[in-house]
Design a protein around this ligand. Sequence first.
Ligand code: SAM
Length: 214
Amino acid sequence: MEAVTAAWERYAAGRTPRRTHNAAGANTWLNWTQYADHGPDESLIGKVEGRHVLELGCGTGCNLAHLSTLGAQCVGIDIAPTQRKKAESRWGHLPNLSFQTAEATEFLATHPDSFDAVLSIFGPVWFTDPTMLLPLVRQSLTDGGVFVFSHKPPQLDPQPGEPLREARAVSRWDHSPREWTSLLASARFTNITADVIDPPDGKHEGTLVVRAEA
Ligand SMILES: C[S@@+](CC[C@H](N)C(=O)[O-])C[C@H]1O[C@@H](n2cnc3c(N)ncnc32)[C@H](O)[C@@H]1O
C-alpha cells in the first residue's frame, strides 16, 4: 500500500490545477469525463440538495465542491495526503464539505455513516479489486442510494511501448460495460446502466460511465 500511496502522491504533485471557470463561466462544475466542457452533469446522481454524498478518490475536490454549492453534504476521501491539502486550500471555505486522507476500502469498511450517493470519477473503482470494493460501497449506501463512476473504456489494443500492467505500482480494473453490469448485479446493485459516452469532436476515446442503485 505504501508504494501505491507514493505513486498517487507523485501523481498529485504533477497535476495542474483545474481552471477557475469553465466555458459556461461557472466556477464550480461536475465533470465525469477526461475532457473539459464535455459529458453529463450532476443530473446523473438525481436529487442533490440535502443528500449525503461520498466521493472516493476526490483529488483536489473540484467535483465535490460543485455538489456542495448545490446543497449536498459532502465527504471526499483520497489516498494521497497532498490531494487533501490542495482540496482544503481551494474549497475549505465551502459549507458541508470535508476531505480526509484515506484508502477507499479501509474508509468504507470502518465508516459507520450511510450515503445517498457514492461517486468515483477516474477514481478507486478503476484501481481496486471490485470483488472487494463493490460490496463495501453497496453496504455504505442508503436504500435506493446511487453509485456512479467513470473511467476510460478498456483498451482492446494496448499502445506500443505501454508498460506491462504487472510492472506498475497501481493496478487497474479495465472492465467493459457488460462486465461491470455483471459485477454490480453480483454485489446486489439494481437498475444498472453502463455506457461508453462519445468523445468530443476531434477526439477518439470515449468515457465509460456506470450508474447503479442500492
Ligand atoms: C485520476 S485521479 C482522479 C481525481 C478526481 N476524481 C478527478 O476527477 O479529478 C485518481 C484519484 O484517486 C485517488 N486514489 C486512487 N486509489 C485510491 C484508493 N484506493 N483510495 C482512495 N483514493 C485513491 C488518487 O490519489 C487520485 O487523487
